[in-house]
Design a binder for this molecule. Structure first.
Ligand code: HEC
Ligand code: HEC
Ligand code: HEC
Ligand code: HEC
Ligand code: HEC
Ligand code: HEC
Ligand code: HEC
Ligand code: HEC
Length: 478
């Protein structure tokens, strides 16, 4: 059937604006009144590639003009030229720098790897969407080539088919990260899905486009936080094709904070403590603020002029691992474990295994560009902040133990000083809290101690010795 069409001739010129009813996409589809492509070689298996390679006009881009305009500015559009310029180009490199079966639902030799035809150079629309011949000759809903969003942990689906291996181990690292797993108690509940499932986050952010898995998702079957949640496959205004900026100190607009902000402040109607409070903590607004406490308490880590990448500076950190003896390249860490101070394995690669001491963790993310002078300086700053926090937590625990249990009742419609102090205590005890904002954490704990003493007539908070509160203190014996 598909080989009957040599070219798409004389389609009427027509512009379809976004549906005025839904109003949520601004995609324009334009029909052109000229031939869109040369008949593709049959070995290409219905992949079309470029319409005009010199201007980087993809066949798809003739009609999908806005997608074309975005994509042409991404690095995907220069993948072939960059490969050639590297001076190391060889045939084994080509499947990831051209249109092939990588990234879409086909397998075997197709597109460039089947034909060597220049029209298939670069990572084009069809790299992700798959072959377009049928759709282009008959652009209806039935023929739309939909791109996958899922990232198989076997590394054979979607973005991960190319973004893998020692040089580009994005998917290898992501697959070990918390973002690749679903929290089962949250995934099936509508009120949790905007942060806990990939498709729920995209829907909440107004991305209501169609993709390969969409129709099959539902109860018991969800996407985790896949690449295409944080990255816009087509590009856009932010660096690295990110859907939201990293440097905006805003809970509504910062990529990480859009999710990491569920309960930074107490919810008086719920007994649940802090829940992903990292955004409000970094920005200095988290916690229960006893009467009289006035801020702001924002540290260097939460100040964009000092730390422009905010969360990502510490949690998405790229560094190269070389052989200790020879200095040869070994592994390019991409930061896609999303761990700030990961443990290193025997050859120095970061791992998701969290079972190591402070000394065995890399603090590489903390050095450079005017940040901490060395890894050891950062390591000891963190140890100090954790120790001070642990000491205050111990004092609060001693006081809380003396407060009558009725003060913690969840059914009395009161939010008491004891409940507030408990919230601050739990906030401070979360991993990373003393690093995210030591000033706020200490201020909240000290104000809570004072409020407990005054309210419940307790006095002389005991001068306690240090109790290991954080996993590092526990493993380190600090
Ligand atoms: C001749 C014009 C034309 C070309 C060329 C074209 N498309 Fe389309 N495409 C359309 C039209 C028109 C629609 C909307 C169809 C409908 O809603 O019935 C569409 C819809 C789509 C959709 C689904 C959009 C949605 O809202 O669900 C995708 C995905 C898509 N095209 C991808 C591609 C890709 C990839 C290529 C290149 C291989 C391509 N298109 C080439 C005209 C075109
Ligand atoms: C066919 C292989 C292939 C597929 C599939 C693919 N990529 Fe890429 N990607 C590349 C190559 C090659 C580059 C580097 C191009 C260059 O720099 O010359 C790249 C570059 C990028 C960059 C640019 C980084 C920067 O510094 O701006 C981002 C982001 C990216 N890809 C994300 C994705 C996402 C998200 C997906 C899936 C939705 C994806 N890629 C699918 C091969 C692929
Ligand atoms: C498994 C897929 C894959 C293979 C095979 C592959 N690359 Fe890439 N390459 C990528 C991806 C993905 C990126 C983008 C990484 C990023 O943006 O950090 C990339 C980026 C690049 C870049 C541009 C980014 C930079 O480092 O400046 C060059 C140059 C490059 N590759 C050269 C090569 C060469 C040479 C080979 C063969 C020896 C090769 N690639 C084989 C996937 C691949
Ligand atoms: C790196 C992979 C990748 C590349 C390259 C890519 N797309 Fe997509 N595309 C996707 C994914 C994933 C989705 C669904 C999620 C989204 O829209 O962000 C999608 C969605 C779409 C849609 C659906 C929009 C809607 O309203 O439903 C259209 C149309 C589309 N792409 C066209 C294109 C065209 C045209 C190009 C090339 C100029 C292109 N894509 C390049 C992965 C890609
Ligand atoms: C939770 C959000 C998130 C997810 C999920 C995610 N990324 Fe990223 N990615 C980022 C951030 C943030 C950066 C920018 C880091 C920086 O600027 O230093 C980035 C950078 C990149 C870059 C450019 C790095 C460079 O320096 O060249 C590529 C390529 C990339 N990601 C690919 C992927 C792929 C492939 C996946 C899925 C396996 C993925 N990302 C999943 C947040 C994410
Ligand atoms: C779409 C929502 C979303 C976005 C965007 C997001 N995250 Fe997450 N993140 C989550 C969820 C949900 C979890 C918990 C997943 C689990 O435990 O299975 C998580 C877990 C984490 C964890 C591990 C926590 C643990 O307990 O081990 C870190 C660290 C993290 N995210 C950092 C980041 C950073 C940094 C960014 C921005 C680059 C980011 N996240 C963007 C939703 C998101
Ligand atoms: C505003 C975004 C958001 C919403 C909505 C949200 N969460 Fe979360 N949740 C997160 C983030 C981000 C994390 C990971 C960071 C952390 O652990 O501090 C997380 C962590 C969790 C964890 C701990 C996961 C682990 O690693 O053990 C559980 C359990 C959880 N959420 C349950 C829920 C439930 C149930 C709902 C719905 C009633 C919900 N969440 C709604 C953002 C959200
Ligand atoms: C100055 C560096 C830095 C910044 C900025 C930063 N973090 Fe952290 N974060 C850390 C450190 C260090 C830890 C503690 C890790 C540990 O204990 O293993 C941590 C812990 C976490 C954890 C808990 C991880 C776990 O293992 O349970 C989450 C989730 C998290 N951060 C998310 C974020 C988010 C979201 C942002 C931005 C709002 C952010 N962080 C900003 C350094 C930072």
């Amino acid at each position: 059937m598909r080989n009957q069409f040599n070219r798409v001739a004389a389609l009427p010129l027509l512009v379809l604006a976004a549906s005025a009813i839904s109003g949520c996409v601004d995609q324009k589809v334009v029909y052109r009144d000229r031939a869109l492509f040369e008949n593709p070689p049959s070995a290409a298996d219905s992949f079309l590639g470029y319409s005009d390679q010199s201007s980087k006009l993809v066949v798809c881009g003739n009609c999908h003009v806005e997608k074309q305009a975005e994509w042409v500015q991404t690095k995907h559009a220069s993948a072939w030229a960059d490969l050639q310029a590297s001076g190391h180009a060889q045939s084994s490199c080509e499947p990831c720098h051209s249109v092939s079966s990588n990234g879409n639902l086909t397998t075997g030799d197709v597109g460039y790897t089947a034909t060597g035809d220049a029209r298939y150079q670069d990572v084009q629309c069809e790299s992700c969407h798959g072959p377009g011949l049928e759709h282009v000759t008959n652009p209806t809903i039935q023929t739309e080539p939909l791109a996958p969003l899922s990232v198989g942990t076997d590394l054979t689906t979607g973005c991960g088919e190319c973004h893998q291996g020692a040089h580009e181990p994005f998917v290898d690292e992501w697959a070990q990260s918390a973002h690749s797993t679903l929290v089962s108690v949250a995934a099936d509940r509508a009120e949790c899905q905007s942060c806990h499932t990939g498709e729920g986050a995209l829907a909440a952010w107004g991305v209501r486009t169609n993709f390969a898995e969409k129709a099959s998702l539902g109860t018991g079957n969800h996407l985790p936080i896949v690449c295409g949640v944080c990255h816009d496959p087509h590009g856009g205004p932010n660096a690295h094709q990110l859907r939201y900026p990293l440097d905006d100190p805003s809970l509504d607009n910062n990529l990480c904070m859009k999710c990491h902000q569920r309960n930074g402040n107490p919810d008086p109607t719920s007994s649940r403590g802090p829940h992903s409070p990292q955004g409000p903590l970094l920005l200095g607004t988290a916690g229960w603020w006893p009467p009289g406490l006035t801020g702001p308490f924002v540290g260097t880590h939460g100040t964009p002029s000092a730390n422009p990448q905010l969360c990502a500076r510490c949690h998405v950190s790229r560094f190269t691992v070389t052989d200790a003896a020879t200095g040869d390249f070994q592994f390019q860490a991409t930061g896609h474990l999303f761990v700030a101070i990961p443990c290193l394995d025997s050859i120095g690669e970061p791992t998701a295994n969290d079972n190591c001491t402070m000394a065995q963790r890399t603090f590489a993310a903390c050095t450079g560009s005017g940040c901490h002078a060395s890894q050891d300086v950062a390591r000891s700053a963190m140890a100090t902040a954790e120790a001070r926090t642990a000491q205050l937590i111990t004092q609060i625990d001693t006081l809380l133990a003396q407060v009558p249990s009725t003060e913690f009742s969840t059914t009395d419609n009161r939010y008491t000083v004891a409940e507030g102090a408990k919230f601050n205590r739990d906030l401070a005890a979360m991993a990373g809290a003393p690093v995210h904002n030591p000033f706020l954490v200490e201020s909240l704990l000290i104000a809570s101690i004072n409020a407990l003493e005054t309210t419940y007539n307790l006095s002389g908070s005991p001068n306690v010795s240090l109790k290991p509160m954080f996993k590092h203190l526990a493993t380190n014996g600090n």
